[in-house]
Design a protein around this ligand. Sequence first.
Ligand SMILES: Nc1ncnc2c1ncn2[C@@H]1O[C@H](COP(=O)(O)OP(=O)(O)OP(=O)(O)O)[C@@H](O)[C@H]1O
Ligand SMILES: [Mg+2]
Length: 242
Amino acid sequence: MSGLRIEGCTVAFGGLRAIDNVTLAIPEGTITALIGPNGSGKSTFVNMVSGQIPPAAGRILLGGGAITGLRPDRIVHRGLARTYQVPKVPKELTIEEVISVPLRYARSDRPLPPGVRSAADLARYCGLRPAGGTRCGQLSVSDLRRLEIARALACRPDVLLLDESMAGLSLEDTEQVIALVREIHAAGVTVLVIEHVMRIIATLCRHAIVLNQGRLLAEGEPQRVLTDPDVREAYLGKGFTL
Ligand SMILES: Nc1ncnc2c1ncn2[C@@H]1O[C@H](COP(=O)(O)OP(=O)(O)OP(=O)(O)O)[C@@H](O)[C@H]1O
Ligand SMILES: [Mg+2]
């Protein structure tokens, strides 16, 4: 297991600082929430730490070692995997094909979830039915979100970043994905959950981070963060109750 820490990181798009001199930690062994209004920089944070958009300033540490400026595939090898808010899977491939690629190239010295040996096992672990050669273009939103998680798990991460994995799901599907996240965490993975439903954050997470306009607004225990006056003002609304 290993935690993630970013120190003084900035990502700018022209004049817009999507991440603005942010220092924060995702403690090892936690399920941590990353919350904040639309456009506050949450997905940019994921793009930054996973190497898609390297920071213009600052340091990123994974398990105590610097990963700043490394290529995305090197960062995966160091133990970090992510999902995409808008699922990115080739429509013409099958579930097993999508999972097989990272499974084949990931470092084999890291464990897979208990009982998982193949792409089909990993699909089933995430609640997918891989049989029948269904193409990804035919999958529902719920299955696409599960496939994103399965593909990330195939990288055998120590730290897993989930960018709105429950968005657009039914209540029942949401409960199933929550159970899956708990299981992944119980198997030893540090998890970051980006989510707009505060009930999920409050029940699932031990640590919470709030971004607002690219800046760190609050960090700490979820019950405390969700009652913070600045967080209510910027994000939740004054009448917010859990
Ligand atoms: N590739 C890009 N080029 C230019 N601007 C970008 C790019 N990616 C993000 N932005 C801008 O950076 C800001 C942060 O966007 P980001 O997608 O990180 O927000 P978010 O917190 O994930 O929002 P949401 O909750 O809607 O997913 C926004 O103003 C967005 O328009
Ligand atoms: Mg986003």
